[in-house]
Design a protein around this ligand. Structure first.
Ligand code: AMP
Length: 287
């Protein structure tokens, strides 16, 4: 596996691979890899000849007072894990190269970026879409894999790719979970003791919501009430939102009458912010 830090070297490498007719797959991450990231690399491997992983803790997607400074970092461990999952190139750029001091261009998907997560993190998605655009121009992939765990991010990236005519296929891969259902996240390392066991309530609430829908419930107020009841059993969990929304427009749904819909949840345990979601597909709703 090759490690590249220089932007131009990454671009020339991508040019050469494209001339050789190779299909380039790309998995952008902020590093501190876990099994969920490795799943994305494997999905990418199945679809592409060359798998590129980027590791970049993107300052632009952290708001003031968020965890940019303490976000976990371990590039050597990331490199070893990526190699074990069949990655060909790990791209680890410097922040000063990605954002020269006088850089003044931003990419923003209006509307979608202001909903749900955007209400709590107003500049977050602009940071994400800006860096993903930049990385697409550097890595020049044919396809890119994102995780369902960050479903709003995936929806916004798809919209950006469509609107800006990026010739890149976007694949969304399922969420990898711990044994108790907690969605894997680099931020889970912040959780200690009771916070860690409390965190499983997010996925339990989502499962209960799914079961209610499978049992015939279509009124989202009832579904959200079931989720709130479950969360009330863990008083240290501070809910930001629980919501049911359309999987493409992200618009809130009051009565479920079509699929797919997303059930999403965001909550804080102490200083740790966690998000999770499940997608309810047509089979569940028609049954
Ligand atoms: P991050 O490093 O947290 O920015 O995530 C990089 C990519 O990995 C994003 O596309 C995430 O959606 C995805 N990802 C994060 N956690 C998981 C997970 N538990 N399962 C699958 N993909 C994930």
């Amino acid at each position: 596996m090759q490690r590249i830090t220089d932007i131009q070297e990454m671009q020339r490498t991508a040019d050469r691979l494209r001339i050789e007719g190779k299909r380039i797959g790309f998995v952008p991450t902020m590093g501190f890899l876990h099994a969920g990231h490795l799943d994305l690399l494997r999905v990418c491997r199945e679809q592409c000849d060359i798998v590129v992983l980027s590791v970049f803790v993107n300052p632009a997607q952290f708001g003031k007072g968020e965890d940019f400074g303490r976000y976990p970092r371990d590039p050597d461990r990331d490199e070893a894990l990526a190699a074990s999952a069949g990655c060909d190139i790990v791209f680890i750029p410097n922040s000063e190269d990605i954002y020269p001091p006088d850089a003044s261009t931003r990419v923003e998907v209006e509307g979608l970026s202001e909903l749900w997560e955007g209400r709590f993190r107003p500049t977050h998605f602009r940071g994400v879409t800006t860096v993903v655009s930049l990385l697409f121009h550097i890595v020049k992939p044919h396809c890119a894999v994102f995780g369902q765990k960050d479903i709003q991010q995936a929806v916004i990236i798809r919209r950006m790719v469509r609107d800006l005519h990026f010739d890149i296929e976007i694949i969304v891969a399922p969420t990898r979970r711990e044994n108790d259902g907690l969605a894997m996240s680099s931020r889970n390392t912040y959780l200690a003791g009771s916070g860690r066991s409390d965190a499983a309530v997010l996925s339990r609430a989502l499962r209960l919501a799914e079961q209610a829908i499978a049992g015939g419930e279509r009124n989202t107020a009832m579904i959200l009430a079931i989720m709130h009841d479950e969360l009330a059993g863990s008083p240290d969990i501070k809910l930001d939102y629980a919501a049911v929304f359309d999987a493409e427009t992200l618009e809130e749904i009051i009565v479920i009458d079509k699929a797919p819909v997303v059930i999403a949840i965001a909550a804080r345990i102490g200083n740790t912010r966690l998000i999770d979601n499940t997608i309810v597909k047509g089979e569940t709703i028609e049954s």
